[in-house]
Design a protein around this ligand. Sequence first.
Ligand code: NAD
Length: 301
Amino acid sequence: MTADLIDGKALAADLRARVADAAAAFETACGRKPCLRVLLVGDHPASQAYVRSKERAAHRSGLDSTVERLSAETGQAALLARIAALNADGGVDGILVQLPLPARIDPEAVIAAIDPAKDVDGFHPVNAGRLMTGLGTPLVPCTPYGCLLLIRKALGTASLAGRTAFVLGRSNIVGKPLALLLLAADATVTIGHSRTADPACLARRADILVAAAGRPHLVGADWVKPGAVIIDVGINRIPTEDGKGRLVGDVDIASVRPIAGSVTPVPGGVGPMTIAVLLRNTVLAAAARNGVSIADPAEGL
Ligand code: NAD
């Protein structure tokens, strides 16, 4: 048996096409495109690449998207003032502050300053709280929601209810919100982290295994239940002989493929979904803020 590869590029392209339809419907109703503003402080190379990809994808799906590049010397007060201005601007639907921020800026204070109705990253405590309490919010964190859509795709018509899931990683950005999304979908969820004793043993019981530890090739064959769905969130650069380095996930894909049912590749799995969900969140934020009724582009994907 060889596990199927779950094609994140194809699923993301489907979602982006649905977002484009929703953005066009919004423009017909409101006379303008859904508007996303991305704030980037400093010149972190990976962040530069991420915001460029986000802007390109947003334009292709018919969104109005601009990256505001602020100098590396920008202080917290100046950044908070810029966020306050974007909060007050009725023509702006979504605000994203690219992380990580320079060490002198408190990311929690910055996230808390964003209007929850414009919080397209879904990190604001109000949106995180709504996810946790089951009140519901369309503005859920992009990478975890992308993982949930990939899991649903891999399961096909089968339900998540009654399945066991193991999420490796407990960050506020990936592990915790993904565990909550899986719980809301009626899976039975275990969370592992750096202090978990024998995570491989817990993982081996899971129908769904998500690796979000940021440790290259940590997850091998001895972590995998036969037939499991494996989602690899990790993005790790490892050295190569030519000095350029290579991106690998947290999963040793060659060793898990003979056992698992399906697995996401790196690259081409979770990464493209993260951006597509950001665009979906922006369109839904625009619709909600302007009283326009638009179906969730991710519904029935
Ligand atoms: P993080 O460093 O904030 O959290 C890592 C988590 O993994 C922590 O909870 C830690 O306890 C756990 N962990 C670390 N080492 C471990 C080990 N040896 N055993 C068990 N648990 C361990 O990272 P993050 O922001 O949650 O990101 C995780 C990974 O996902 C990174 O590789 C990151 O680059 C990647 N990522 C990818 C996307 C994407 O779009 N594909 C988005 C966000 C993050």
